[in-house]
Design a protein around this ligand. Structure first.
Ligand code: K7E
Ligand code: CUA
Ligand code: CA
Length: 631
């Protein structure tokens, strides 16, 4: 086993270690496991390997025309979008633009999307890590998916019936929302958000000192997407998860040192898991025990030090992932710089908050798993699967046996270590965040692909691997190259998501188009009209494959032109587009949708507009002209 100071040294060189790993696969890796745990880990005999191979397995092959069993929602990292995959085929089904600008759908270009992006639309980038689906009594309800934006301190909500972003909230008073999870029980009333970085309060340039710096834990109202409350914490906040009672949420902190440099963040042997008592926070606000910061009206509760609303449970060095087991019993914190995971028994938290037990009494196991544990997921059969970033492995371990081992029994809790390629971040088992965890598939999001695919220049894809976990032995079944940078994903049974095939004409997604049309006396579904309002021109047109209801309109140079297109087609899959040449304008108009875009008319002349979503044999012919006259 490596010493702690060697471990911390390993971190910066981690990408390289994958190369050497690859040369020592198979038996050598298993021998390494035995050495690393000192327990004589599972050494399978040739016979047991053969038996395992014969075991009935999930079928990863989804034939052409067949549908996948699961939806997977992947975060797009600093690419800013959410991707929808079918699992187990790993086929990409759709991309949902969120914090990025998307040329095809017009996200970040259309009026509707800019309105949703709100006052923050000046940001063209985002950095989304953690996609999570709303729940009813600990089960996915298929309504919404929420995702963080670390880059610009926002949280977005996606409507899963149309797979479009419908709300974006900028979180005040903090910087960089990283960890994000949802209340599971009784339902998702709150979205819990961790702001990672400590900042001065107020952050107005009057003070740069660390003494007045802190960060906060934020709860959003999931329905309105308004900020409900914030809690000041010691240290910083990394990842988070909620329990199955609705009462507790736990977050990891890797910077209890409040250090500004790398070495400083690794100074303490232990950082902590901070546990939030939601009931007590709500009670404190009711009792008026809160303050507000600057212009913000958000109630802020102080959860530092000996606060009644928080408890800080010491765990080894710079923990990262925080994952609740699907049986609701444990919060598991992943050690990152420590080769361990810390298992917190949720049933003990009432006593902890009532000061009947000590902080570390809540830890009921701390198994040694390997180097660089980042995230843990579960199969619903009592096993946990932890990614080992530095070892480039996933380790399957048994929670009950780890508890026995912690209590001094001589049991081996490691079930298997599987090489993955390479340096895994998150992993995620099917339905693992809900009571329905079914232990069928495990997705491992590997940060490096190195030599697994055809080379594509210095920038490499990542490698999302699919592992069959239905049997005793984990079995790698698929490599999936992924563009930067899915951090996390969530798998949902396909029957848990109900999507619309075409829009309802009354859909809130384009309610603002209808409001404007009503003001202009225009019927979106029938009229093709130009409304002039000073130098503002509103052009309303319909579309039916393969023609627009308006073949020509006139405006003046410099006019602010808004084009509203209503797609009257009612046939599934007949999406039109609207692209105005040389004006930076492009958008999607799906069946029964209205979409609108506003731009400034360019120099006098003729500008063609055309349909850029393939809709018909005569799709190329679907167009018209904007005639721009001298002002
Ligand atoms: Cu580990 Cu942002 Cu969830 Cu990346 S985080 S891996
Ligand atoms: Cu309409 Cu292509
Ligand atoms: Ca630390």
């Amino acid at each position: 086993m490596k010493k702690r100071d060697e471990l911390t040294k390993d971190t910066p060189e981690a990408p390289e270690s994958g190369f050497s790993r690859r040369r020592f696969m198979g038996a050598a890796a298993l021998a390494g496991v035995a050495g690393a745990t000192g327990l004589g880990a599972t050494m399978m005999t040739r016979e047991s390997f053969a038996a395992a191979a014969k075991e009935a397995r999930n079928n990863a092959h989804v034939a052409p025309g067949e549908l996948d069993e699961y939806y997977g929602f992947w975060s797009g990292g600093h690419q800013g979008e959410v991707r929808v995959l079918g699992v187990p085929s790993m086929r990409e089904l759709m991309r949902i633009p969120v914090f990025n600008v998307d040329s095809a759908t017009g996200w970040g270009i259309t009026n509707e999307s800019k309105e949703i992006l709100g006052g923050d639309q000046q940001y063209l980038n985002g950095d989304c890590h953690h996609p999570h689906i709303s729940m009813e009594d600990g089960r996915y309800d298929g309504k919404y998916l929420f995702i963080n934006d670390k880059a610009n301190t926002r949280v977005a909500r996606i409507r899963l019936d149309i797979m479009k972003t419908d709300k974006v909230t900028f979180i005040p008073n903090v910087q960089a929302i990283h960890g994000l999870r949802l209340q599971k029980v009784p339902r998702t009333n709150y979205v819990f958000c961790n702001a990672e970085f400590v900042i001065p309060q107020p952050n107005d340039g009057s003070d740069y000192s660390l003494e007045n710096s802190y960060t906060m834990f934020t709860a959003l109202n999931a329905e309105t997407m308004d900020v409900a409350w914030q809690v000041i914490v010691d240290g910083n906040l990394d990842n988070t998860d909620a329990d199955y009672t609705g009462k507790y949420v736990a977050s990891t902190c890797y910077n209890s040192e409040k250090a500004l440099d790398l070495a400083g963040t690794m100074r303490n042997d232990r950082d902590w898991v901070v546990v939030f008592n939601v009931e007590r926070i709500e009670a404190a606000i009711k009792a008026g025990n809160f303050k507000t910061i600057g212009d913000s009206k958000v109630p802020v509760v102080d959860g530092r030090g000996e606060s009644e609303v928080t408890r800080y449970i010491p765990v080894p060095k710079n923990p990262h992932g925080l994952n609740t087991s699907p049986d609701g019993k444990y919060f598991i914190a992943n050690g990152k710089l420590s080769p361990t995971c810390s298992v917190i028994e949720i049933a003990k938290l009432d006593d902890l908050f009532d000061n009947k037990i000590e902080l570390r009494d809540t830890i009921i196991a701390e198994p040694e798993l390997g180097l660089g544990p980042l995230h843990t997921t579960y199969d619903g059969r009592g096993n946990a699967y932890t990614t080992l970033f530095i070892d480039s492995q996933v380790v399957k371990w048994n929670i009950a046996d780890a508890i026995k081992h912690y209590n001094g029994e001589d049991v081996n809790y490691i079930r298997q270590k599987l090489d993955v390629h390479y340096q895994p971040g998150h992993n995620h088992a099917s339905l693992t965040e809900s009571r329905d965890a079914d232990g069928k598939w495990l997705v491992v999001l590997s940060k490096f692909s190195k030599d697994r695919f055809l080379p594509v220049g210095p920038l490499h894809p990542e490698n999302d691997q699919l592992i069959d976990i239905s049997g005793e032995e984990m079995k790698l079944v698929h490599d999936g190259p992924a563009f930067a940078e899915p951090h996390d994903c969530i798998l949902v049974r396909r029957d848990q998501i109900k999507t619309k095939k075409i829009y309802d004409r009354g859909d809130a997604f384009f309610a603002s188009c209808r409001e404007q049309a009503q003001k202009d006396g225009v019927t979106l579904e029938a009229d093709n009209k130009v409304i002039r309002d000073g130098n503002k021109v509103r052009v309303y047109m319909t579309s039916v494959a393969p023609i627009y209801g308006m073949l020509e309109f006139k405006v003046k140079e410099g006019d602010e032109v808004s084009v509203y297109v209503t797609n009257l087609d009612t046939i599934e899959d007949v999406t039109h587009g609207f692209c105005m040449v040389n004006h930076g304008v492009s958008m999607e108009v799906s069946p029964q949708q209205t979409a609108s875009v506003t731009f400034t008319a360019g120099k006098p002349g003729v500008y063609w507009y055309y349909c850029n979503w393939f809709c018909h044999a005569l799709h190329m012919e679907m167009g018209g002209r904007m005639l721009v006259e001298k002002a």
